[in-house]
Ligand binder design. Sequence first.
Ligand code: NAD
Ligand code: UDP
Length: 336
Amino acid sequence: MRILITGGAGFLGSHLSDLLIGQGHEVIALDNLITGRAENIAHLIGNPKFSFVKYNVCDYLHVDGQLDAVMHFASPASPQDYLEMPIATLKVGALGTHKALGLAKAKGARFLLASTSEVYGDPLLNPQPETYWGNVNPIGARGVYDEAKRFAEAMTMAYHRYHGVDTRIVRIFNTYGPRMRPKDGRVVSNFIVQALQGKPLTVFGDGSQTRSFCYVDDLVRGIVALLLAKSDKSVAERTDRTKFLTQKPDAILDSIHDPVNIGNPRELTVRGIAEIILKLTGSKSVIEERPLPADDPKVRRPDITRAKTLLGWEPKVELEDGIRKATEYFRQVVVK
Ligand code: NAD
Ligand code: UDP
């Protein structure tokens, strides 16, 4: 397949590029580098199966030749990044998703949206199944990201139902691994870097909030399985308005085109992950509490029943092994 990845120079986009190229596909990575880095894809430059275009996905998109898939990963993803770039985040989720879908439609290509567990907001249900509609504060600081992704999901389903585009939506839960920016502000990178530098580990609030962490190799394997799975509906079925306009909400999630959670269901408190990282790095750092950011979700854990049933996917990398691999990476890139 010839695949365009928006956000291809980011943490996940670069790992996806590696996996797809390894499977023999051709990848065009499009990225404006606002949070991504050229070094994430430096090893792919010169590979005939890879090309890079520095471009803003919100602008008119033109790609020469055939395209088989568009994977829309462009968006600031770390809370620190999207709180610093609220309007760029809303634009890439809204205008960027529209442009990427328009390109997929024009090329007759499959489309995969990188959505997020943040569509569940501060969930009132734990673990979160895909049928849960979420609890998002639209006007809170985090709303710029959560609502952009919720809009992107709505836009994706509209292109699917009205134009028959073969779309996929992955709801990605917290993922960690090599190529995260050491200062991108996410909890695992922050704690490993702080531990390696002998600085205090900054636990926000009392650290009783929970997250479930997936190693990047597991995540991209699940996403590629979702991309490559065959559509279970013909174009006529996808665009059958009498059917989808009268369908009951709880009957909607039965198709490969409906959202799929990908993440690791092992749930830990933030203080718990800090303690694991201290132990695995052998660091003498202390844990210090800092103010809890507004609207910080109290719990988060994926229900991965759909991914298991639809794709035969489940995570394989134990947290401790993943943290060791990520620590090796940060040891190399962080100046002590
Ligand atoms: P990242 O910041 O490393 O990568 C995002 C990439 O998108 C960057 O390279 C950035 O330069 C690029 N980008 C942003 N706006 C753009 C624009 N307008 N035009 C072109 N490129 C643009 O983040 P990531 O962790 O790799 O996340 C990738 C995707 O996965 C995002 O859509 C994010 O919302 C989603 N996601 C990630 C996680 C996670 O834990 N990493 C969890 C849930 C969802
Ligand atoms: N967090 C923390 N210390 C940090 C960074 C984050 O305690 O230095 C907390 C944050 O408040 C949240 C959790 O860790 O409860 C995960 O934060 P992250 O930014 O990684 O992602 P989120 O799941 O909030 O999008």
